[in-house]
Design a protein around this ligand. Structure first.
Ligand SMILES: Nc1ncnc2c1ncn2[C@@H]1O[C@H](COP(=O)(O)OP(=O)(O)O)[C@@H](O)[C@H]1O
Ligand SMILES: [Mg+2]
Length: 365
């Protein structure tokens, strides 16, 4: 296992995660929908890609839509077509099945949706894919990574399509992955009796950070593989700062290897801080309220609901309603920035925790 600068594609590239791979492979082939949830950079995309490497799949990265104010079903279909095109070289018969789908055209090895979105029947696209999979004795897995970003789709609701596939098409299943776990559940509206997906069983795989022991072992092995000797002291300090977040540990490993020395940890923290601050401040801008910054400032060591409220009132010099405090905290939880542990709200990511009292997001509002 070597340190990677991008998501893993093969199980052999993954440290640990054997149990999750096994569960995901079983679930992908035997359950209609599998949810893979966990905080940013914990290894969801890597797990999903590696575990489904030899399974017929369509992979859509909905992060593409993250920065957009809104998206259309057309944007989604274009991504779908791009990924589906990659299956054509392996099955000429797929073309026969797809040619029945209205609004879809195939040129060489490229699938495109032409005509207006209204001309395209998405259920019939999935019907054709299911018939094809059935005829080949295969199972097609449709993976939508960071699926909650599809909530910005306007003019079309994909949930009835997902429900249709769930109920009728046995040779197709979905894997939905997401870092913003609350947003993911809000999007799928599983607990809402009016929702198309209400009451449907979904297998949930929650990916957790590595334990301290695993993190130390992960770094030792990575350096070993690179043929570089690194002192236990440095490895220890790296895990103190980066916790069990595999994305940060990998970044540290790569940074150290490219330029060995005790400074590598500081360089890693500085790069990671930039990334995290940008992500958080983008969220603050999208929400349009500085109060999220104040809450994060208050949470450096973790805090209770009342402590957060008191802090906000102190900083603003005026009363703030209970419902406002609850809303701020809930949105931060839903977007995967903080979590509730017993009575305390704590910042999930070690880097955001580290810089939390200094974050200002000045130019973002
Ligand atoms: N089990 C693992 N073993 C080794 N490296 C991993 C593992 N999981 C993730 N990584 C690495 O960590 C980084 C972040 O992983 P990624 O899958 O993109 O996380 P997520 O999708 O949860 O944000 C990538 O560079 C990836 O290669
Ligand atoms: Mg990912």
């Amino acid at each position: 296992m070597a340190f990677l600068d991008r998501p893993a594609e093969d199980p052999s590239e993954l440290y640990d995660r054997e149990a999750e791979i096994k569960q995901l492979r079983f679930s992908a082939l035997n359950r209609a929908v599998t949810l893979v949830v966990g905080f940013r950079r914990v290894g969801k995309t890597s797990l999903v890609k590696a575990a489904t490497k030899d399974i017929v799949r369509v992979y859509i990265d909905a992060r593409r839509f993250e920065g957009m104010a809104y998206m259309t079903v057309r944007d989604f279909l274009n991504e779908f077509a791009k990924s589906l095109s990659q299956l054509l070289p392996f099955s000429r018969r797929l073309i026969d099945f797809l040619s029945r789908v209205r609004g879809l055209s195939i040129m060489g090895l490229t699938i495109e949706f032409s005509g207006s979105a209204r001309d395209i029947s998405i259920p019939s696209l999935f019907d054709a894919l299911n018939d094809w999979a059935l005829s080949e004795g295969k199972h097609l897995v449709v993976i939508i990574d960071e699926v909650q970003e599809l909530s910005r789709m306007r003019g079309f609701n994909l949930l009835p399509v997902f429900a249709y596939v769930y109920d009728n098409l046995r040779n197709i299943s979905f894997i939905f992955a997401g870092s913003k776990v609350g947003m993911l559940y809000n999007y799928l509206r599983l607990n809402n009796p009016d929702s198309p997906l209400y009451g449907r069983y979904m297998e949930v795989i929650e990916l957790r950070p590595f334990t301290r022991e695993q993190s130390l072992d992960f770094l030792r092995r990575g350096f070993d593989k690179a043929g570089i000797a690194v002192s236990e002291n440095i490895i220890d300090r790296a895990v103190d700062e980066l916790d069990g977040v595999v994305g940060w540990l990998s970044l540290f490993g790569l940074t150290y290897i490219s330029n060995p020395g005790p400074e590598a940890l500081n360089r890693t923290i500085s790069i990671a801080s930039g990334i995290v601050e940008e992500e958080f401040c983008n969220f603050v801008r999208a929400m349009g309220s500085r109060r999220y910054v104040l809450v994060i400032n208050a949470l450096k060591q973790g805090a209770t609901w009342s402590e957060v409220k008191r802090y906000l009132e102190l900083r603003e010099g005026r009363p703030i309603s209970d419902s406002e405090v609850t809303k701020l905290l809930r949105r931060l939880v839903d977007n995967g920035f903080i979590m509730k542990v017993d009575n305390q709200y704590v910042i999930a990511d070690p880097i955001l925790r580290r810089i939390s009292d200094r974050v200002r997001c000045r130019d973002k509002l």
